[in-house]
Design a protein around this ligand. Sequence first.
Ligand code: MG
Length: 422
Amino acid sequence: MNEKRERVIFLADCQSFYASVEKADHPECRDMPVAVAGSVERRSGIILAACPIAKGYGVTTAERLGEALTKCPELVVIRPRMQHYMDVSRMITKIYEEFTDLVEIFSIDEQFLDITASLPFFGDPVTIAKSIQQKVLSQTGVRVRIGISSNKILAKIATDIWAKKNENGIFTLPASEIETLLWPQPVHKMFGVGSRMSAHFAALGMNSIGDIAGTPLPCLKDKFRARFGRQSDIHAEVMWRTANGLDDSPVNPGTFETPPKSVGHMMTLPRDYTEPWEVDTILLELTEEVCRDCRRQGYMGFVVTVSCMCSPYESPTGFSRQMKMTDPTNHTNTVMKTVRRLFYKYWDQMPVRRVGVTLSQLVDDRTYQLTLFEDQVKLRALDQATDSIKSRYGSAAIIRASSLTDAGQAKDRSLKIGGHFK
Ligand SMILES: [Mg+2]
């Protein structure tokens, strides 16, 4: 039998990442409970990260600041510095890259490493994990927990269920031991299963991860279809493969190093547009194109630029103005708000000939975990669903209602390759 060599995969997770970075920068807070939260001046802000001391008081991620302060009145609250966290995250990735060139960014504070080829140079997996921990701690002040296994899903599970709870922050989960170690665990501990999903599994009579793993896949698909409808086959398969620890996907070093400078689209209109609703329609189409490109390439942007040229040609008026948003985004409606604000601030009401929308100061969106905000997740899911339908059936498959008006260009343009855009 031609057996492939077993891989050695790490999932390295930074403990209380934002809070750890802040504590490293504020040594005077070393022994104090520290949390990073948005909207610090309002008690309605959300806790983005809490240090272990704060967690000892019962402070949890994603709860309201007001609640956290009730549990822990002496909590030191710091407002987030996202750009700085991204810089530190990149530094940590660089440290990992001293041990292997196969590093995949999973989120701002989690990376996969394939160290299979590094073993002859740096020692056994646990030795490498310890070296990595020491190096990251001494250079950034951040504590890293490492799950070790033979594929990505098992490494992730090893971190989430065990390494995060361990004294030394390292846990090895060999594929041969999932039956004894993983399968007795309750369903809610499985990666990808939230509280709603575990309630569904309970209703299906599945309480342990082994209950999912032991159900033949066709049978699990049938149960999912009965509960979630016909579209649920893939979901059933993902759950089944996770429970069985099956994952062939390679650790994929991304394009994190070189995001493009900007993503923008510009359009010359077929005639002069004078009515705000006509211009709005085009701005929305351009914004949608820009955001869709960003989502497809995995970027979010901080800065929105709107440019506009007005008739007459002999003495055109126009502007190109930009505005920085508080958080980077690639969500169409969010960007559109800034686009409109800019446009109507600077438009002199002259007939519009040419408009453009650009998103710049791009960051990798994998480093941005917005899962804390449920509505963000829903917005992203909606954008992704729209994108996938468009990429499968062409961009005319779904267009906004305003694009069906006379001013809309989206339907027309999607029939051309390249269209008016450059
Ligand atoms: Mg973490």
